[in-house]
Design a protein. Structure first.
Length: 437
């Protein structure tokens, strides 16, 4: 069938929810009247409903008019996972546009600055600092040139005297961790109630959790053992400090300055710009945040504050491919390095790869899936990270010829409809969406 770009129309939207890639992931297909299918994905652990509710608003639209569609639906996105639907549709539209015009997405963004994208993999390890150091060393042996690890209060939960909090609170926190971190990051809705639910929705300054000197000693020694294992030449970023107040973040940052960190991530909630400024003024550790921020205008106060050394958006939260590219360009204007958060399937990963290729101040792309043997096989051709780098594809769109439907079916989430089931119940959903009178 000869493609007629001017008369291309979106005709359907369907989903497949898979388990453990590396978390629960909702994949999306946009179908057209000319047989071209676009692939998108919602942010890890998001809800397909965020996209399904937008189906009636885009049916009949030409998917090549990506910016027009984005401007129509972006009001329905929000920070963190609430942006999932808008971003998934935007990514799928870019995939279609690239296929229609026969060029890769990076070319539609203005061309590329690099042929390969540097990756780092978030590294989990049980045990002490020497165990984490060993795990990081193994990453280096596989060719990774940039490292990241968790360093925070989760390491202290079973260390007597390392944390202080209102009595009984830490026990509730352990309960919360059991509820929230069920297999593949799925929340058990019936269990997420009461005190554990309240804790889940309590921001850093309000938890009452504090590091003691013993806790600070433990984390400092943990980091020292990691550096002893891998040396000081390779960059290491740290994440997941825990929901502790600014003052404790300052104490910890000062203890860690000697370890030459690439950045300390999400130390305080991203919205609290003045706390980021205070933290920046109190320590020489580079600071980074961004994975839960939606739209470029939400990043601007942080850039203007001068507090960030690193911005770390997720394409599937920030607003999609073009919006993330704009955020990277804005970051460059403020002298901020661009890295990308990514904890999704190869669809989300390839969307990030195209942004990374087209953004000059980009440094590294996160991979949460290095230890999942079947992850790259979800798409055809299979996505590979070789010696710490992903080669930027030259094929049209995202570079995906097809999805591995058998593999998707074998990893389909049991609590959701069969992959690519009808979504016709959303065909006529409607409201008066205008935001002015």
């Amino acid at each position: 069938m000869k493609i007629d770009p001017a008369n291309l129309k979106i005709t359907d939207m369907r989903f497949a929810d898979i388990d453990g890639a590396p978390k629960r992931c909702s994949l999306l297909k946009l179908y057209t009247n000319q047989g071209i299918v676009g692939y998108g994905e919602l942010r890890d652990a998001s809800s397909r409903t965020y996209a399904a509710m937008l189906k009636s608003r885009i049916i009949g639209e030409n998917p090549c008019n990506v910016e027009k569609i984005f401007r129509r639906i972006k009001q329905f996105g929000g920070h963190s996972r609430q942006a999932g639907g808008v971003c998934a549709i935007e990514v799928a539209c870019w995939d279609i546009a690239g296929k229609v015009w026969g060029v890769p997405v990076w070319q539609l963004l203005g061309g590329k600055f690099r042929d390969k994208v540097r990756c780092y993999c978030d590294t989990d390890s049980k045990g002490g600092g020497r165990d984490m150091g060993k795990a990081l060393k193994e990453r280096m042996e596989k060719g990774f040139t940039f490292l990241k690890m968790d360093l925070g209060i989760e390491l202290l939960m079973n260390v007597p005297g390392a944390l202080s909090a209102p009595l009984g609170f830490l026990e509730t926190m352990k309960e919360y961790k059991q509820v929230f971190k069920t297999p593949h990051g799925s929340i058990n809705p019936s269990a997420m109630r009461g005190a554990a639910y309240d804790l889940f929705n309590t921001a850093h300054p309000f938890t009452g959790i504090h590091l003691t000197e013993k806790g600070l000693d433990y984390l400092e020694n943990y980091m020292a053992e990691c550096r002893e294992a891998v040396g000081y030449e390779v960059p290491i970023a740290i994440d997941h400090l825990g929901h502790i107040p600014l003052e404790d973040c300052i104490k910890l940052a000062r203890r860690l300055e000697k370890f030459n960190l690439a950045w300390m991530e999400d130390a305080v909630p991203w919205q609290m710009t003045q706390q980021w400024v205070r933290l920046h003024e109190a320590t020489g550790v580079p600071l980074g945040t961004g994975e839960d921020i939606y739209l470029k205008e939400s990043f601007k106060p942080l850039f203007e504050s001068g507090a960030l050394a690193v911005v770390h958006p997720d394409v599937l939260t920030a607003g999609g491919i073009m919006e993330t590219k704009k955020i990277g360009d804005m970051a460059e204007d403020y002298g901020v390095q661009m890295n990308l958060h990514m904890a999704e399937s190869p669809i989300g990963c390839l969307a990030a790869v195209h942004v990374a290729a087209a953004t000059r101040n980009f440094m590294s792309l996160e991979l949460h899936s290095v230890d999942i043997p079947w992850w790259g096989e979800l798409v055809k051709p299979a996505l590979k990270c070789e010696k710490g780098f992903i080669t930027v594809p030259d094929a049209p769109g995202l570079g995906i010829e097809a999805l591995n439907e058998e593999l998707i079916a074998s990893h389909a989430h049991k609590d959701f409809p069969e992959p690519w089931s009808s979504t016709q119940e959303w065909d006529k959903e409607w409201s008066n969406d205008r935001q002015w009178s």
